[in-house]
Each structure stands twice: as C-alpha cells, then as structure tokens.
Design a protein around this ligand. Structure first.
Ligand SMILES: Nc1nc2c(c(=O)[nH]1)N[C@H]1C(S)=C(S)[C@@H](COP(=O)(O)OP(=O)(O)OC[C@H]3O[C@@H](n4cnc5c(N)ncnc54)[C@H](O)[C@@H]3O)O[C@H]1N2
Ligand code: MOO
Length: 388
C-alpha cells in the first residue's frame, strides 16, 4: 500500500490543467481564475469624502467661520479650489476639492446662509479617503475560486470579463445492486445511494460540473455500459465495488476496457481500497463505497485533483493545528482521518469511527489526522486536522 502523499502525487500526474475561457463578471461566481487579475485604476481614483459635511483647509476649531463657495457631490466634482476661511459643501463619495484637507461633518457645524460656524467638541478626523487607499492600478488579485466578494473587487478594478478555467465535467457513477435513488421504493435488502449527492455538491462547490450517471448494477455488462458513457468527461469517479469481494467489479471491468492503473489501495483509513488511473484517456478515481470513506476520499483526492485541473495548483488539503481535548490511543499502520468536532482551538474525535456512519459525518467539522503508526497521544497535545 502506498502513502496518502504518494497517492495524491500520482493523482496529480493524471490530470491536466483545462483550457481557459472568458466569461463576463456576471457569470464568474464560483469559477476558477487561474491567473492574477490586475487593477486598471486606483480605488478610490481621487481623494474622496467619507462623510456628508463641509470641506475646509487646515485646522478648524470651535467658533471658526467659513464661507460656502460651492458644492461637491458623488459624481460631481467641484471645479475650483478651497482657500483659507472658505468651504465647499460636500457629500459622501465626492472628490475632495483642491486645497481642502479635512471634511467637517454637517452635525458639527451651524449653517446660516452662506456661512458655517464650527460647533464646540467637533470631531477632529479628516474624513477623507486618500486616493488609492483600497488599491492602486497594477495591484493584483491572486488566482482563486471566485467568491462573491472577489467579484466586487474585480468590478471595482474595472475588469468586465475574466479568463476562467473551463469547468471540469465529473461523471459520478454509483455501483451496486443494493442501491436505489432517493425517493424510489427500496426492497427490504436495498439502501439509498447517498454518497453521490455529497460528492456532486462538493464538485460543484469546487467549480466543477457534476453529472450523476445511472447506478451501475453489479454485472460486468452494466458497468461496461455506464463506464462507456463517460467519454466526454474530464474525470470519472466511481463509488463502491472497489474492494476484494466477488461483486466488486469496478477494477476488473475498467481494466478490461484498458484502464492504466496509477495505484490501488493506500495506507489510509477510511479509504483503503481507493484506486486511480486513466481510462481511455480520461482520469479515473475509484472511491470505496462506504459513505464516509468516499466523502473523506473526496476531500483528500477529488477536490485537490479538481483544483489542479482548474489551474489553482497542486496542493494537498489545507491542514491546521488544534489541541486534543481527549487522549487518543496508538494508531495502526494507516493514516487515520478521524471524524472530529472543533470547539475553539480544541478538537475531539468522535467515539464511533465506523466508515458507514453518515450521521457522525454530518456532526463533524474536522478530520483529525493521525499519522500512520503514531503512538498514543495525550489530551492537551497539539495535533493536525483538516477542516471540513
Ligand atoms: N475482505 C475484505 N473486505 C473489505 C475490505 C477488505 O480489505 N477486505 N475493505 C473494506 C473497506 S475498508 C471498505 S471501505 C469497503 C469498500 O468496499 P467497496 O468499495 O467495494 O464498496 P461496496 O462493497 O460497494 O460498498 C461498501 C458499503 O457502502 C455502501 N455503498 C456503496 N455505494 C454506496 C452509495 N453510493 N451510497 C451509499 N452507500 C453505498 C454499500 O452498500 C456497502 O454497505 O470494503 C470493505 N470490505
Ligand atoms: O477504509 Mo474503509 O474505507 O475503512 O471503510
């Protein structure tokens, strides 16, 4: 059995970076931007008033009087300059007129005709946002999966269309005679296909397009048929049928179709029977069937492979550090990804770690990483975890 790191690097070797396409900002949410974007202007492009009030030059103390010589609004700059004892009525977002060094908020003055008088206890802030205080022309937004806030920044940078990576199309194939889709009437010896829905949602949240193919029954002919429906996909993901049982046919059928296997079985728990390779030119990941195993492998392998295909780099899942709230016993020869709960900086693994327990997985917000063959670790020790 190979290690998780070795398996991940073989997975990366299977996947190409997909080509870019340009989309309008309106359609860029959730898409992967593989190159940095460069601001085309400063923001704000001028020193701007942060408040509604009066723009003046120099210090102003209680009782000082200024003559109003004009007005500046957002989108309507005042053309002249402000001199000593002069002021311009100004509104939030307006360019600060030349000569002005401060905006006194309107609550801090008394106005009578064209004259304002500064009130006692007036606030002394400048209330001016310097030009470029947010970003400068030439500043960059680093490559990323674009989230709503990123779109606001790209828009402010005056970028109307963004090169993004084409969405990887991921075929998801559940296998097994025992499976029916949610809403169907299962026989007493059947269960509902569940993993598929978590994996499809993970793919889509990561910027891919998931295609749930028909469930493949446990016959070579049916697996062959469903696996043949994946030619236009960028990644084939099978679920189940990966282990050593008589009905675990995925490897056998894929091999008969020409699978070039990159590995089978890794030293991890859950997820030992994971398989990867290339089938008729398409990268393939064969996930174990147990719900928790498949979803944990989704976090550890499928999502990093998708990020790599999206041009966001070949990086393992992010790990963080927390303090063990309870001691854990020595680990076996496989890296164990224990479902765990975080509270502040403390982490507690669940007592029940059976890889069939979806209820525990929904309660978990972290995978506590127990290195292979690690000794017992007492409460209070610092440990690594992967956020879920
Ligand atoms: N003799 C051995 N038996 C098993 C071994 C082993 O090394 N020797 N490994 C065990 C481990 S670890 C795992 S994990 C499972 C993985 O087996 P498969 O990938 O072949 O998965 P299946 O047998 O098809 O299913 C396992 C389990 O999960 C349920 N399942 C399958 N697909 C779905 C789905 N889409 N949604 C919900 N549940 C699903 C299935 O009904 C089974 O209960 O093998 C162990 N056995
Ligand atoms: O490794 Mo299996 O994936 O434990 O349940």
């Amino acid at each position: 059995m190979i290690t998780v790191d070795e398996a991940l690097s073989r997975c990366f070797a299977l996947v190409p970076v997909l080509p870019p396409e340009v989309v309008s900002l309106r359609h860029a949410a959730g898409r992967a931007m593989p190159q940095a974007a460069t601001a085309r202007r400063d923001q704000p492009p001028f020193a701007a008033s942060a408040m509604d009030g009066y723009a003046v030059q120099g210090d102003a103390v209680a009782g000082d009087r200024f003559t109003v010589i004009g007005e500046a609004g957002a989108g309507h700059a005042f053309a002249g300059a402000v001199g000593p004892r002069q002021t311009v009525r100004i509104f939030t977002g307006a360019p600060v007129p030349q000569g002005a060094t401060r905006v006194i908020i309107q609550e801090d003055v008394a106005r009578s005709g064209a004259t304002i008088t500064v009130n006692p206890n007036a606030d002394s802030g400048t209330n001016i946002r310097p030009a470029g205080q947010d970003f400068r022309a030439g500043d960059t937004l680093s490559p990323r999966l674009l989230r709503p806030n990123d779109l606001a920044l790209l828009a402010a940078m005056n970028i109307a269309a963004v090169p993004v990576t084409r969405r990887p199309v991921v075929a998801l194939i559940a296998t097994g005679d025992e499976l029916v889709m949610p809403g169907e009437e299962p026989r007493p010896d059947q269960i509902i296909a569940s993993n598929t829905f978590a994996l499809a949602a993970m793919v889509e949240a990561a910027g891919g397009e998931a295609r749930i193919l028909p469930i493949a029954r446990d016959t070579e002919a049916e697996l062959f048929t469903v696996l043949s429906m994946t030619e236009a996909c960028d990644l084939i993901v099978t679920i189940g049928g990966a282990s050593v049982g008589d009905h675990d046919l995925v490897g056998r059928v894929a091999e008969s179709m020409g699978l070039e296997r990159a590995f089978y079985k890794i030293a991890m728990r859950p997820g030992k029977p994971l398989m990867a390779g290339r089938l008729r030119g398409v990268p393939m990941l064969g996930l174990p069937g147990n719900p928790v195993s498949s979803i944990v492998c989704g976090h550890l392998f499928l999502l990093p492979m998708l990020r790599a295909m999206l041009g966001l780099g070949q990086t393992p899942p992010e790990t963080r550090r927390a303090v063990l709230a309870v001691g854990v016993p020595a680990n076996g020869p496989r890296t164990h990804y224990m479902r765990a709960r975080l509270a502040g900086d403390r982490i507690t693994p669940f007592e029940r770690q059976d890889s069939a327990l979806i209820t525990i997985l929904t309660e978990a917000d972290a995978l506590l990483v127990r290195p292979a063959s690690d000794g017992a670790v007492p409460a209070g020790s610092e440990v690594a975890f992967i956020p879920l």
